[in-house]
Design a protein around this ligand. Structure first.
Ligand code: ATP
Ligand code: MG
Length: 566
């Protein structure tokens, strides 16, 4: 796990010391030097899939910096590659970014494809400066001419075409006169550069395809390394923050903005990607799980796409806190899923009501409790947050308890229900087990108890103590529900990938419990509402499959904490 760089520490004299991350240090200096007047950042997704937790890091980082420096944050669709984008993803990305940021105005949303005219003008400018040329080499020849890390490249035979010939050919490329792959526009930089990206990279290629935004207006399209710095510069981005794999592209980024003579050129800064231990984040892999029908769409709660995390019941606050804890640095590292779980527990702990739900029920009958009587007990909604008030919970002669909470022959240190033992029914009375029934297979079908009316919770009774407290729901008033428990979709023991490159699917990643009983107060729960089910964890009403009369709950996280905050 990476160590948090931007955490808040308490020193001995109680003064707060907030250490800045390396990006904040750069921005502070740029502001002090006067070369940054206003901080403008962006998140530039390609609309070719759903966003995942890794993208969330980039969103939180960029939008957070804009907020911190009173600047502006842009969501910019990097939709310059007509072959890869799909319009359907645009909407989901906007929804996800809005959800993570809390808000996003339409005037913060940009589309790189709207700059195609500007990019074309930029290409003409480079040609006129003698900094770009039309090259007739094939893609394969360009690769061969490029040389290797040890050997310099060989100049293209077309490198010294005149400006006027280049302008003519480039104009005709645009007019559709040339076939795909027959001509490209290349930057004229340095075929001997130790940085391969600087060996006359391709800036424009012919692609006779319909673009989702510009239709058939263009048959030439800019390459990423040319388009991206222009997009940033046009939008007045001050700091173009990207992931480490672009470090080697920075000299080219700087070359583009310098040669195009932008007044306040953006500065590229790289940081390490967020990885989660044993979790698949790559868009391609998630896509494969979806296409192979292994998961129920991009928002299957076992995935870590933003849509999936939302459906599972994670909150934007928990995601933001997780990203803060994982830290911003240049060192590659992997964060622990347990830390994400810690963050959601911490977020929900004081905000969500604690309810009783029995996931694997067995009936418990209190033989000395009056027939046909239901009493309403006052129960605190959240013992750690009294402001959440109380509710009335029905209690009666017949209850459901969780199967795990009764054993015929208990092992040592089992303090729950077994013949002869007394426990507290949470928020209610002490009961003593007097017997049980089993079916032909020896499965317990019913448990019998007697209760002590003196021991009512909150009555001040202090006659004797019991070691175990178990939860329950009143059988007569209980609602039925379906509960889905999730485990990691990949088998943690064996790692993410098999030897043949396929994903190592955990066969137990989804458990459906369709015979659960919940308190009647939960029957009004709406999609996305979340609760603590005492002793079981935090649960969220599924937004896709739940309906009134057939409630479906996703377990967000259990109560067991495997992460120790520093
Ligand atoms: P993937 O690798 O999952 O296919 P991508 O990087 O191709 O994703 P883009 O749409 O290009 O997806 O990403 C948009 C932005 O999100 C980029 O600036 C990219 O650097 C950033 N990003 C992608 N993955 C991560 C990650 N794991 N951690 C932090 N930032 C990321
Ligand atoms: Mg990408």
């Amino acid at each position: 796990m990476s160590s948090p760089v931007d955490n808040t520490e308490n020193t001995g004299d109680e003064k707060e010391v907030v250490s800045r991350n390396f990006i904040e240090n750069i921005i502070d200096k740029d502001i002090a030097d006067g070369c940054c007047k206003k901080v403008v950042t962006r998140f530039p997704p390609e609309p070719n899939g759903y966003l995942h937790i890794g993208h969330a890091k980039s969103i939180v980082l960029n939008s957070g910096l804009a907020q911190e420096y009173n600047g502006i944050f842009h969501l910019r669709f990097d939709d310059t590659n007509p072959m890869k984008e799909e319009a359907e993803f645009v909407e989901s990305i906007i929804e996800d970014v809005k959800w993570i940021c809390g808000d996003l105005d339409t005037d913060q949303i940009y589309y790189a494809s709207e700059y195609f005219d500007t990019m074309y003008e930029c290409a003409l400018k480079l040609i006129k400066k003698g900094k770009a040329y039309v090259c007739d080499l094939s893609a394969e020849e360009i690769r061969q001419y490029r040389g290797t890390l040890k050997e310099p490249g060989t100049p293209s035979p077309y490198r010294d075409r005149s400006v006027s010939e280049n302008l003519d050919l480039f104009g005709r490329m645009r007019a559709g006169e040339f076939e795909e792959g027959s001509k490209v526009l290349r930057a004229k930089i340095d075929m001997a550069s130790p940085n391969m990206n600087m060996r006359d990279p391709v800036l424009y290629r012919v692609a006779k395809v319909i673009h989702h935004n510009t239709g058939d207006k263009w048959c030439i399209y800019p390459m990423y390394d040319f388009a991206h710095p222009i997009e940033d510069a046009v939008e007045g981005i001050s700091h173009s923050i990207c992931t480490l794999e672009f470090e080697d592209h920075r000299p080219l980024y700087d070359w583009v903005v310098r040669e195009l003579e932008f007044e306040n050129p953006p500065k590229q800064i790289e940081f390490a990607k967020l990885y989660l231990t044993n979790v698949v984040t790559g868009k391609r892999y998630i896509k494969k799980l979806v296409e192979d029908g292994i998961v129920d769409g991009w928002d299957d709660p076992r995935l870590v796409s933003v849509a999936a995390l939302r459906r599972r019941g994670f909150t934007p606050e928990s995601i933001r806190n997780f990203i803060k804890l994982s830290g911003i640095s240049k060192a590659q590292s992997s964060s622990d899923y347990a830390m994400l779980e810690y963050c959601i527990r911490e977020d929900l702990k004081l905000k969500r009501p604690r309810m009783m739900a029995v996931l694997n029920p067995v009936k418990l009958t209190i033989t000395n409790y009056p027939e046909n009587e239901i009493e309403y007990l006052d129960v605190s909604n959240n013992q750690e947050n009294e402001e959440m008030g109380t509710r009335k919970v029905p209690f009666g002669k017949e209850l459901y308890i969780d199967r795990d909470d009764f054993m015929i022959e208990p092992p040592k240190k089992y303090f729950r229900l077994y013949p002869g033992n007394e426990v507290r029914l949470m928020n209610a009375y002490f009961v003593t087990c007097t017997g049980y029934e089993t079916d032909d297979n020896g499965n317990v079908t019913e448990v019998y108890c007697t209760y002590d009316p003196e021991t009512k919770s909150g009555s001040g009774f202090s006659g004797r103590k019991v070691k175990g407290t178990i939860h329950w729901v009143c059988a007569e008033t209980a609602e039925k529900a379906e509960v889905r428990l999730y485990e990691n979709i990949v088998d943690e023991e064996k790692g993410v990938y098999n030897e043949d490159g396929t994903i190592n699917i955990n066969p137990d990643s989804l458990t459906v419990l369709d015979n659960c009983y919940i308190e009647p107060a939960l029957s009004e729960a709406a999609p996305m509402d979340s609760f603590q089910f005492v002793r079981h964890g935090y649960f969220c009403v599924d937004s896709k499959d739940s309906s009134k009369g057939h409630l479906v709950f996703n377990r967000i996280v259990s109560l067991k904490n495997l992460y120790k905050p520093k």
